[in-house]
Design a protein around this ligand. Sequence first.
Ligand code: GLP
Length: 241
Amino acid sequence: MAEIVLAKDRNEAGAIVADHIAGLVSANPETVLGVATGSTPLPVYEALAAQAAAGVDFSHVSAYALDEYVGLPVEHPESYRSVITHEFQDRVGADPSRVHVPDGALAGIETAGERYEALLAASGGVDLQILGIGTTGHIGFNEPGSSFGSLTRVKTLTEQTRIDNARFFDSLDQVPIHCVTQGLGTILRARHLVLLAFGEGKAEALAASVEGPVSSSMPGSAIQLHPHVTVVVDEAAASRL
Ligand code: GLP
């Protein structure tokens, strides 16, 4: 069973995770982090920025993002490359050449998955992977039905995920239909998974992932196959545990 950490609120959760990451980076300046997008990890990045301001050196850290939209220009403010650049890389002072996001450009999309897997393989492995969870139970963009052995590949977003993410765009039809995402098999290779969830809207998917049957219809349940998982939640997200 995963270790569950109940935080007072998302800021406390962010501080707890960032303190742990700062400890890793202080012990090993070349720590490899798995970074995620969405609103959930933002308090972690906020607290990491404070750690950087207090003197923790992130310049030798490598970071690998979970996923990217297909066909959205990288300079688009909602491309995951832009989000990771602004929310993580710039704030902690990471070296841009060590920060990696899957390539969602249409040209060459058929090799995007294997190119990213090759980068990850050369990294020596992710030491700590930050994860959020979608209301569909997706981690990364592995929607229900994703194989637990899957590697980085192109996937189609569910209608529900596009609706959930429409808040970041002007309208639903601007939300891309496809993505490149690390597979569940890729994610499970990280040495430590840290899954964060906040708010009542995540309670059901969280409980199903942590305590429900291990099933590809609930991608988050893949975490039960991993030997080192920490789940950091507020009370509302924990309400169905
Ligand atoms: C997004 C991301 C996931 C994220 C999830 C939850 O679409 N691809 O990595 O964990 O959906 O998003 P949020 O944290 O905004 O609720």
